[in-house]
Design a protein around this ligand. Structure first.
Ligand SMILES: Nc1ncnc2c1ncn2[C@@H]1O[C@H](COP(=O)(O)OP(=O)(O)OP(=O)(O)O)[C@@H](O)[C@H]1O
Ligand SMILES: [Mg+2]
Length: 736
């Protein structure tokens, strides 16, 4: 078999062991994902398995897309009928076909976090619960955990011992009732309802068991109870289930991921074969050794050690800075230098951090340096107001049972339907047990609607007319009609502000997405489009082949690889996070360490870790020590640069990363976040050779001034801290 040539013996064995349960347990970069794609090819080409009998589950849509491309590349025929998708997408496809058997309509809506929150707020209000005690987010988190554990409201109620738990059970119950009434499912429901369907309808389960005779799951270590149950049910007939995972990369415990699923696989499937892969093909020896050393500090793990034939490679670079601004300046400068002098492309780089909020400083520096970057996470395209508004129109046309969508647009753009009228309609809907939209249709009979009646009629007439055209108009034409007839864009044009123009651009972007969808879908329908949109995880906004630096959280980076990786904010209190250090629960710290292991092992050629001695967090200055994870990397594997601060700290472990170094104690009062302005001074009041003063670094001599596109870059040799390079507009140097 030709495509097995590029696999080692263990990988080949894993590819060819096709019948019966198989667990591939292996460390990062050992080719687990590669084995899965080759297995699909092998099943089709050598075993003559029908492509539609194969299902492969990945963790993100991006991973699914990558796997699909890899499969397409090695399978000549039929690759497109293999199901390669995430758990959520698979469930959506199954439910669209059969959910009517458990009391929903097949054109159900999928609620995102915002939508769920609105429903929760309404539920809490209706149950008259004090929003200070019963917070919507906390309630949703509890319900989500319950769903991940496959605990339904009835069971939750039975288990509830304390009074508060009983309240939560009631909230859970009401929330679920409201979703059902709206014919809507939240993300967790997608799995829970599918399992419910399989349990209630043996015929449906049997259909899918026959359909998916070969099932494969990537990133198995992060499956939770409900996902496991979904797989167990599907695989229980033919038992051709191959799961691949790495217990050292389990990082979603907070979302209910159950590491027991990997450790207990052999208990559920006693006949399971286990294959281990130990050769890493991704990273240099130095990177791999660092990862091995860090993870060896975890107690509860299956011992394994990866090795590689790759070159030794660069040392791990570690740099410590005074603050987050300098850290960002360094990383952005380093990337820019490597692109200029080493022939790298921007897409070879990724900056990884613990929390999304850490991205802002980098964004600002990238903007100044005019370097293309892409933020994974942050404000998702589909979370923007104008996009949500227009999608709400489409959802209303598609499924008018979706109260949230209808309520969102009833007055957008303004139709002069007052809040009092809307709450009368809501009341009527509740009393009659009908949807908000149906209540609008009965507005004639609702007392007190009076003057708004004509406006409501105009709205429902508009929606009805769109519906009647849905059959023959394409999704794009439908959307254009909505934009045209509501005057949505016209209103923005009239506004004529920067913000309004940005919104119009986003709307144009939405139209191109619809066009893309219509071109690529086998059969394009409004429901199909909305379903696709509802499932776009943040990572999917990354377009293939575009050249930009990627920034994302460590969690989002799972399964990906980059030539050059920067791990920023390596400070105790940030990573590992403050709570895991102070919480006294060592399992939480171990989860953070696994996250660090995931981060390190994303790098192919170089890894740079950075930290700041002081950092603004929610408007307050914090002083953090260098992360213990950095200190867990053996000294001989680390390059500390020429920066005096870093080197001195590293050689003295007792004061390592401490902020109380002689001559360097900055009080919170003297450190203020600098205003961010991209403004180039017309001219500078100082020149090379002049003596200047910096607010923090003190007195120094200007050595060099270079003109950048947007600002001057000034190099100053300070008496106290040595040579620094900085942007003139930020440095605010005073000539002495
Ligand atoms: N036998 C091999 N020969 C050459 N390259 C390989 C081989 N096996 C894997 N690789 C390469 O090594 C890299 C890592 O492989 P892959 O992404 O499949 O690893 P993984 O175990 O899934 O990693 P992770 O745990 O991070 O998900 C990829 O670039 C892959 O193409
Ligand atoms: Mg992988």
């Amino acid at each position: 078999m030709s495509n097995c040539d590029s696999l080692n013996n263990e990988q080949q064995e894993a590819v060819m062991y096709t019948e019966g349960p198989l667990l591939i347990l292996a460390g990062a970069g050992s080719g687990k994902t590669r084995v899965l794609t080759h297995r699909i090819a092998y099943l089709i080409e050598e075993k003559e398995v029908k492509p539609w009998n194969i299902m492969a589950i990945t963790f993100t849509n991006k991973a699914a897309k990558e796997m699909r491309e890899r499969v397409n590349a090695i399978v000549d025929f039929g690759a497109e009928s293999v199901w390669v998708s995430t758990f959520h997408s698979s469930c959506v496809r199954i439910l669209r076909r059969y959910i009517d058997r458990i009391g929903y309509e097949n054109n159900f809506t999928i609620y995102d976090t915002e939508d769920s929150k609105s429903v929760m707020k309404e539920v809490l209000r209706r149950l008259d619960l004090d929003p200070k005690v019963y917070k919507d987010r906390a309630m949703l988190a509890k319900i989500s955990s319950a769903k991940n554990e496959l605990i339904l409201p009835e069971e939750y109620e039975r288990n509830a011992a304390r009074w508060e738990e009983k309240k939560v059970a009631q909230v859970y119950h009401e929330y679920q009732a409201q979703l059902r009434k709206n014919n809507a499912l939240d993300f967790d429901d997608l799995l829970v309802r599918t399992v419910e369907l399989f349990r209630a309808e043996p015929e449906v389960l049997d259909f899918y068991q026959e359909r998916f005779r070969y099932i494969m799951i990537d990133e198995y270590q992060d499956t939770n109870t409900v996902q496991f149950e979904f797989v167990r049910l599907l695989a229980s007939k033919y038992k051709n289930l191959c799961v691949v995972g790495d217990d050292d990369q389990s990082i979603y415990k907070f979302r209910g991921a159950n590491i027991g699923n990997i450790l207990g696989f052999e208990r559920v499937f006693p006949e399971a074969k286990v294959i281990k892969l130990e050769q890493n093909y991704r990273s240099t020896q130095n990177i791999l050794n660092s990862a091995n050393e860090v993870i060896s500090n975890n107690q509860g793990r299956k011992a394994k050690r990866l090795w590689t034939e790759n070159e030794t490679g660069e040392l791990i670079h570690f740099r410590q800075f005074q603050n987050g601004f300098e850290e960002a300046e360094f990383i952005v400068g380093d990337i820019s230098k490597k692109v200029r002098t080493e022939g790298c492309q921007y897409k070879d780089f990724a900056i990884l951090y613990r929390t999304n909020a850490q991205s802002r400083l980098f964004e600002e520096k990238f903007l100044i340096a005019n370097i293309p970057y892409k933020l994974v996470g942050g404000v998702n395209f589909y979370a923007r107001k104008e996009i949500k508004d227009l999608l709400a129109y489409l959802k209303t046309v598609d499924n008018a049972l979706d109260d949230l969508a209808v309520q969102r647009i009833i007055n957008v753009p303004r139709r002069g339907i007052g809040a009092a009228t809307i709450s009368r309609v809501e009341e009527h809907a509740r009393e009659q047990g009908i949807s908000f939209y149906d209540a609008l249709l009965e507005a004639d009979y609702i007392p007190g609607v009076g003057r708004s009646l004509a406006k409501i009629k105009a709205f429902t007439l508009f929606i009805q007319s769109l519906r009647s055209q849905e059959g023959y108009l394409g999704v794009k034409e439908l959307l254009e009609k909505i934009i045209e007839e509501t005057g949505y864009v016209k209103e923005l044009e009239a506004e004529d502000t920067e913000e309004a123009r940005g919104r119009i651009e986003n709307i144009d972007e939405l139209l191109s997405k619809v066009a893309d969808y219509e071109e690529s879908a086998e059969q394009s329908t409004l429901s199909g489009f909305l379903q696709e949109v509802a499932l776009v995880a943040d990572i999917d906004s990354v377009e293939e082949g575009s050249d930009y630096v990627l920034m994302m959280t460590l969690h989002s980076a799972k399964g990906l690889e980059f030539d050059h990786v920067y791990m920023a904010g390596m400070e105790d209190g940030i990573f590992p996070s403050y709570l895991t250090i102070t919480g006294g629960d060592s399992s939480e710290l171990e989860e953070e360490r696994r996250l660090c292991y995931v981060g390190i092992t994303r790098a192919r050629k170089s890894l740079t870790m950075t930290s700041a001695m002081q950092r603004m967090i929610r408007g307050e200055t914090q002083y953090n020590k260098t992360s213990r994870f950095v200190r867990e990397i053996p000294r001989e594997l680390v390059d500390l640069g020429r920066d005096a601060i870093t080197a001195r700290n590293y050689s003295k472990p007792s004061t390592f990363g401490g902020a109380e170094l002689p001559g360097r104690a900055y009080s919170a009062a003297t450190f203020k976040p600098r205003e961010f302005t991209v403004k180039k001074a017309e001219s500078l009041e100082y020149g090379v050779g002049d003596t200047v003063r910096h607010m923090k670094f003190g007195v120094g001599e200007v050595q060099d001034i270079t003109e950048g596109g947007k600002d001057y870059e000034v190099t100053v040799d300070f008496e106290r801290v040595g040579v620094k390079r900085m942007f003139a507009s930020f440095a605010k140097l005073k000539k002495l």
